[in-house]
Design a protein around this ligand. Structure first.
Ligand SMILES: [Zn+2]
Length: 249
């Protein structure tokens, strides 16, 4: 089978002298690996455009047994500028790419998840400062996009809209207001009002507007948000960040 797609390059690697594997994130198929035979050399077929975070128009072909995908041809649509010279931003983008790969995004949620990643790259191209919690924002937003959205707006016990501080129950992926409390749940993470408001906003927004959170949030609230998101992602998606890489747990 052969098809055309728009896809973002998440990672590449060499596997023989002239050949590459390319991890692609496509609008229609999510994250998958394709082989680019002659990828290290063939400027005609790949126009030298298989660099990480380039957006490509590509022609793919499933091999005879349907087991592998070959990248037959690629044309460059867009390439990042700032990322190529700013290693801090490149590191953030790579961290988010590894998370998307660990999630294993399939065709069901491909379109929405792809749009989130493209918006993240747009934000990274802007000169404005970035929020410290950017990688965590991305994990929360991406989890929500593929159907694991924590319920952050209503108290799960009394049903009231939660506005002040709250308890986030990592295992249930929901919040309880302060009056209702979390009982003795070992999974309860106390979230200050500002922290909860931030997570509520981030969960629904495009990454392009996250620059507005670059300055806010004292350290205690930052830690609470990080605990809540990390705990949620680990519990529900089985992914933990350990020793510089994502691991399935
Ligand atoms: Zn309540």
């Amino acid at each position: 089978m052969e098809w055309n797609d728009t896809a973002l390059v998440l990672q590449t690697g060499q596997f023989r002298e002239a050949d590459l594997w390319v991890r692609l994130f496509s609008q229609s198929r999510g994250v998958f690996t394709a082989f680019a035979f002659g990828g290290s050399r063939s400027r005609r077929r790949f126009c030298g455009c298989l660099d990480v975070f380039n957006v490509l128009s590509c022609r793919c072909k499933t091999t005879a047994y349907g087991k592998y995908v070959n990248l037959e041809e690629a044309v460059l649509l867009r390439a990042p500028q700032r990322l190529r010279t700013d290693w801090l931003r490149m590191g953030l983008a790579v961290n988010c790419a590894r998370f998307a790969e660990a999630l294993g995004i399939g065709s069901d949620s491909a379109a929405g998840a792809y749009a989130v990643f493209i918006d993240l790259l747009r934000l990274l191209e802007e000169p404005a400062p970035l929020p410290v919690l950017l990688p965590l924002f991305f994990r929360l937003r991406m989890a929500s996009e593929i159907g694991f959205a924590p319920a952050l707006h209503q108290c799960a016990a009394c049903g009231k809209a939660v506005q002040g501080a709250a308890l986030f129950l990592v295992n249930e992926g929901l919040v309880r207001c302060e009056e209702c409390g979390g009982g003795s749940s070992p999974y309860a993470v106390p979230l200050p009002a500002a922290g909860l408001a931030l997570l509520q906003a981030v969960q629904q927004q495009s990454p392009t507007v996250w620059g507005r959170y670059a300055l806010s949030l004292p350290i205690a609230e930052r830690r609470a948000c990080a605990r809540a998101i990390d705990g949620f992602v680990q519990y529900h998606l089985g992914i933990a960040w350990e020793e510089g890489r994502f691991r399935k747990v």
